[in-house]
Write a protein that binds this ligand. Sequence first.
Ligand code: FAD
Length: 391
Amino acid sequence: MTGKGRTFYIAGAGISGLTLALALAKFGANVTVLEHNPAVSEVGAGLQISPNARRILDSLGLEEAIAANSLEPTGIDLYPPRAKRPLVTLELGAIMRERFGAPYAVMHRADLADALYKATGRFANIDILFGVRSWDTVPSARGISLSVEDASGQTRSLRGDALIGADGVHSKPAPACSAAHPPPARPRRSAHPPALRRPRRPHRPRPRLGPLRSQLPRRLLSAAPPPADQYRPLRRRLRSRRTPRPRRPSPAAPPPRPRPGHPRRRRPKLDPRPLYTVDSPSWHQGNIGLIGDAAHAMLPFRARGAAMGIEDAAVLAPLLINEPNAEAAFAKFEALRRPRVERVAKVSGSNGKIFHLPRPLSTARNLVIAAQGPRGHLKRLSWLYGHDVQP
Ligand SMILES: Cc1cc2nc3c(=O)[nH]c(=O)nc-3n(C[C@H](O)[C@H](O)[C@H](O)COP(=O)(O)OP(=O)(O)OC[C@H]3O[C@@H](n4cnc5c(N)ncnc54)[C@H](O)[C@@H]3O)c2cc1C
């Protein structure tokens, strides 16, 4: 079936929203994305693109952009706290392509968002309204009606088939989807890798690094997450460890100048963020539905946030086109996706606990991890990396 003559509104130009815009536009549907930021956000850090998410992105025409801006790690070193040598190196690289038909990649969130945004430029039927000041749904007998105050302050009245909230943990349409929608939860024991601004140059594999050794698992294993009330001290410790204290110049001396050939490196701004989870009892109501973090934000200890949003988009787009109406599409989407989402959320949560076990449980954990060996994860996680979204 074709989506010609159908119109969908998506709130949020994040990874989930932009992927859904591309997937719907491929069917010929008209898509308008409402984004309250003035541009695609440059903030973020590394995202995991699992082989199954990569296959979806490739099918949307992103193969080259991702290959040019991502790293394909050959392995992940898992370090226990203070250890000089890794417990095990989990094999990635060629074996991932071989087993799951696509590479396992690591990419800066901003580069992925940028690649998706550029890909939307190939479709005349995608319109992205950046800097939207406010928007609201207006009651309507059929479809969805919206009143949108755009960046210039003009109010537009829009009508279409459905609205999809891909607007993250503080989703605006989420409460409309479930009377019992709980506010995003902020677990007490949590930590987040610092959010870094995108470097000016795109990430490229650097040969001098040799095989990429991911720092994320190391960080998670070695840095016990602080309880929420210790968040500020951690921040201070990070800052003081990383930022040299500025020397007070003597009144007579001119300010120190960078030595020729040794330009001073700009230090990225560390911006630790709290983690939120969303566990909504319903992801849809009438012609309004939710995807990505808006529906099911999860802890990052399995690094699945972006991949789950990408999977959501690939499942929902054909349903919105092929089902008799948006309500039926959202209902089927939820029935198809909920079991997997809940399984992944559970694994992400228990991984967080396992990563941060105290002694002596951590010693037992280390023995198990070492015994599983460099390829143990391939079998254990094949349901995750090999998942095919087509029902
Ligand atoms: C700035 C940022 C940085 C991140 N960095 C990382 C990272 O480094 N590593 C990692 O694993 N995950 C990161 N994440 C989370 C990760 O991107 C998500 O878990 C995953 O991509 C799924 O996201 P999403 O598209 O569903 O929601 P989000 O990524 O949260 O995107 C939601 C989008 O909706 C917009 N929005 C919010 N409210 C409204 C509204 N009312 N109206 C219109 N637009 C709205 C937001 O500006 C944003 O563009 C980051 C998320 C954000 C927003």
